[in-house]
Design a protein around this ligand. Sequence first.
Ligand SMILES: Nc1ncnc2c1ncn2[C@@H]1O[C@H](COP(=O)(O)OP(=O)(O)O)[C@@H](O)[C@H]1O
Ligand SMILES: [Mg+2]
Length: 135
Amino acid sequence: MRRVSSNLEETRSIGAELVGNAAAGTVLSLIGDLGAGKTEFVKGLALGLGISDPVTSPTFTVLHEYRGGRLPLFHFDFYRLRVEGELDEIGFDEYLNAGGVCAIEWGDKFANRLPPGSMKIFFSIDSRTRREIAW
Ligand SMILES: Nc1ncnc2c1ncn2[C@@H]1O[C@H](COP(=O)(O)OP(=O)(O)O)[C@@H](O)[C@H]1O
Ligand SMILES: [Mg+2]
């Protein structure tokens, strides 16, 4: 699939739509440059799951956890991680099997740690407001 988004609301809608019938254990690896819309997309995932907490970037904390929706949402950002061992410090593998949806910004950084069935979503910047989202 390939979608074009012309503003952040559209990017959120694509996320909301995509997570609509996602099963527990879904892992989404979000791949694309800074500013490509990965975090905005995760805001859409939260909307689609019926989570009302505001979603913010977990760049500095690696993980934000959102509950209260159809499924829990575990939002990771690998951007600042240096070594794979940091994943073990946060108990990464347990989140993969915790019955939620895992959305991982920069997930390709430690691609070997993602389960075989994880879905790659590619974000690219076409212009100031135009993004291409493909999976
Ligand atoms: N079509 C679009 N979709 C998503 N974000 C957009 C779009 N057009 C402009 N933007 C802007 O691009 C930025 C995307 O930021 P963010 O989602 O944090 O990116 P990332 O997490 O990939 O670094 C935001 O400032 C947003 O307002
Ligand atoms: Mg981000």
